[in-house]
Design a protein around this ligand. Structure first.
Ligand code: LMR
Length: 328
């Protein structure tokens, strides 16, 4: 079953049309929502385009559209099936409509640090998730990591009861929704490019994100402060369609995938450093970062971890066990 076929959508051959690519080159448009610099995904996309354009000159040409310039993360999924773009990298929190298995990555306090994430992403279980949306025509080409998430709000948050009654922006994730409700708070799903405005105008009181997003989107400027909870992972699928992969000849496809894997590995090794730099830049710019005592942090764990029970059947206990084992 292929949704593109079911919907009667023909795969559009990606041919250059006076857009900086040479005629005859396969055009690979990569649309994403974050900053091009100071961000693991943004920098990875730029580096990937540079290598494709140098090493595959004459065969392929990549154009990157950062900062939700073309699409938000909902619309980009449709654009992929229509062949309007060939690559996107939404966070794993945004694929719940396609597969419940990817809810795994949203379970609060699943990973203690990024070493555990790296270890898990190399397991056969994580590898198998790359094809978990193939019924819809999508293929994951790999994982690109951002980092662990922190809370921010318009008042200091030190213990979960500080969050009670506040409204937090979340990604389109039912796990995040349950997790916020477990704090006695309210959750509102919003596209990434709407978050700054929603925080600024008080439509929401707080949000949760990685340091690189909090810094590059300037969320810290419209929040009281950030609390270093490290409560949840932010990682992306580099996603394309089976139709696009099938449209490439074997040699082109192999070369492209090799370059993509090498670039992804390189930026996954840099993601922690980029988040640490972003944290420091927030502090240097006058933002407030609050760290928790072990006892305070344990209160967040106790409040949010029970949501695992609501999702474990849908996700599959085997997957959860493999992820937990990676951290031990
Ligand atoms: C968000 O919506 O907060 C993130 O998924 C944005 C991103 O791509 O890092």
């Amino acid at each position: 079953f292929c949704a593109a076929v079911a919907l009667g959508l023909a795969a559009t051959p990606a041919l250059a049309q006076g857009d900086g690519c040479d005629s005859g080159e396969t055009v690979i448009k990569f649309s994403h929502v974050v900053a091009a610099q100071g961000h693991p995904k943004g920098e990875m996309a730029e580096a990937l385009a540079k290598r494709v354009n140098e090493e595959m000159n004459g065969k392929a040409c990549m154009q990157v559209f950062p900062n939700s310039q073309l699409y938000d993360d909902d619309k980009v999924m449709e654009a992929l099936l229509l062949g309007d773009v060939q690559l996107a990298a939404p966070s794993l929190s945004k694929f719940g409509a396609y597969t419940a298995k990817l809810n795994l990555f949203d379970l609060p306090f699943l990973f203690t640090d990024m070493n555990a994430v790296d270890k898990f992403l190399k397991t056969p279980e994580a590898e198998s998730l790359l094809t978990s949306m193939s019924d819809y025509g999508y293929i994951g080409l790999g994982y690109i990591n951002n980092g662990l998430k922190q809370f921010s709000a318009d008042k200091p948050l030190l213990v979960p009861s500080d969050a009670a009654g506040l409204k937090f922006r979340i990604q389109t994730s039912d796990v995040a929704d349950a997790m916020i409700r477990a704090l006695g708070a309210n959750a509102q799903k919003l596209a990434f490019n709407e978050v700054y405005g929603a925080l600024q105008t008080g439509v929401v009181d707080g949000q949760e994100n990685s340091y690189t997003n909090i810094y590059t989107q300037k969320f810290f400027e419209v929040q009281d402060g950030i609390t270093e909870t490290n409560h949840q992972l932010l990682t992306y699928f580099i996603v394309t369609t089976q139709d696009f992969l099938d449209s490439l000849d074997d040699e082109t496809r192999e070369q492209f995938i090799t370059i993509l894997n090498e670039t992804t590995d390189e930026y996954n090794q840099r993601s922690t450093e980029l988040n640490e730099q972003a944290k420091q830049k927030i502090i240097d710019a006058g933002g407030v970062v609050r760290t928790l005592t072990d006892e305070q942090r344990q209160q967040w764990v106790d409040a949010m971890k029970p949501v695992w029970d609501q999702f474990s059947d849908k996700i599959g206990q085997d997957l959860i066990d493999a992820a937990v084992a990676a951290g031990q």
